[in-house]
Ligand binder design. Structure first.
Ligand code: LLP
Length: 383
């Protein structure tokens, strides 16, 4: 397999911290997505929330994927990057009137609707503009994705989607309202799933509902199974590209599409996660009473996943990869104890000025950065 090495020599003179993206890896990942999803009716949308860097978006739109957006800002980012409006789907539990109007005016392909009141507002705003909005109902299938509780979305106690029990009454309303056309069903059970079993369970639920709709004479054009495929955070060099073949095969083998139906996917992390690293410099090596700290110039303002989800990103000492191993707590400069990238990390001996990489940070890294402590947002370097 091709090795996607990080070009540390190009970083030496760069101010840190910054996000580094490997375009060759992103392009190889996109080719793999396109090859592995080449089943009849399969269409992949990229979930822009994972990474909205304009250059990354352009590469993804050029590869022919559609876009899954969750805000007016993401609609504008998608259009600016060249995603055609008829390949943009708009999801989200709290779409504002202004965002719905933006979507109607852009002519996006479908609203993924999460509640009855939202359906009524979309219908009214569409009618005021002489339009009929295409909608898919987001169903909460009550499937446990066994992922971090902050990123599981398909359980009935989550705020997302319409429960199976309430679906029939919302469908009746969707059929009755004049400003909307019901074209499909939408599901998303969670993120960072590395086990295929929950996706198989999702296929069973989708098949059952699809058959029920068909029996009632409602012809669904699209079934959208969301995103969620995970990446290998522990060994990014061993698995730089997720196993898309196995993922799409689960759906090809288990999901029964009716003639003419399309199956939509909304992958975020699996597409961009491995192509990005957060590059940071060591400011100080501080000896505590019982622990040694490597204090770096990036903090949870640049990468919040460890603080928010207890996530771990593999840390590498790019400057001195061959020195003997020592134990460090790798921490940032933010005035909070949760600003820690790793405890008891075994790393080649670190000195002030060394450059470290926090790997697998292409998804939900740069997009979730903040200016807390009056810090500036991190720049990016695409190679
Ligand atoms: N579709 C819907 C409706 C979603 O809510 C999401 C992600 C996706 C697609 C894309 O999921 P992916 O393929 O990336 O797993 N910030 C968290 C992840 C939040 C995911 C939110 N929804 C993290 O850093 O782990």
């Amino acid at each position: 397999m091709t090795k996607f090495t990080i070009p540390v020599d190009k970083f030496l003179s760069q101010p840190t911290p910054f996000y580094y993206y490997s375009l060759p890896l992103l392009e190889a990942t996109l080719s793999e997505v396109n090859e592995s999803s080449a089943y009849p009716g399969f269409k992949v949308h990229y979930a822009i929330k994972a990474n909205a860097n304009p250059e990354i978006l352009k590469v993804i739109s050029r590869a022919g994927l559609g876009a899954d957006v969750v805000s007016g800002g993401e609609i504008r980012a998608a259009v600016a990057a060249g995603f055609p409006a008829d390949k943009i789907v708009f999801a989200g539990v709290g779409k504002s009137d202004v965002e719905i109007i933006t979507a109607l005016e852009a002519g996006i392909s479908c609203f993924n609707v999460e509640s009855l009141p939202e359906l009524e507002v979309i219908s009214a705003l569409a009618l005021e503009r002489g339009k009929v909005a295409k909608v898919a109902l987001r169903v909460n299938p009550n499937i446990d994705a066994h992922t971090h509780h902050y990123i599981t979305t398909g359980l009935s106690e989550n705020k997302f989607g319409i429960s199976l029990e309430m679906l029939p009454s919302v469908v009746d309303e969707a059929v009755a309202l004049k400003g909307v056309e019901l074209i499909g069903l939408h599901f998303h059970i969670g993120s960072q799933l590395t086990d295929m079993k929950p996706f198989e369970m999702l296929c069973d639920t989708v098949n059952r509902l699809n058959a029920e709709f068909n029996d009632k004479g409602i012809k669904l054009q699209t079934l959208n199974v969301g995103g969620g495929l995970g990446i290998d955070y522990n060994q990014p060099d061993l698995h730089p590209i997720p196993d898309f073949k196995a993922y799409f095969k689960v759906f090809a083998d288990n999901l029964k599409l009716l003639p003419g139906q399309e199956l939509h996917f909304e992958l975020g992390r699996a597409i961009v996660g491995q192509c990005g690293s957060l590059i940071t410099r060591v400011l100080y090596v501080k000896q505590g009473l019982n622990r040694k700290f490597a204090i770096v110039d990036a903090g949870f303002t640049e990468l919040i996943r460890p603080a928010l989800y207890q996530a771990h990103h593999k840390i590498e000492n790019l400057t001195s990869p061959d020195k003997p191993l020592e134990k460090y707590d790798v921490v940032g400069p933010i005035c909070e104890s949760s600003d820690c990238f790793g405890k008891d990390e075994l790393l080649p001996e670190i000195s002030r000025g060394d450059i470290l990489a926090l790997r697998s940070a292409g998804a939900y890294g740069e997009v979730m950065a903040s200016t807390y402590n009056c810090r500036t947002l991190p720049p990016s370097l695409l190679i």
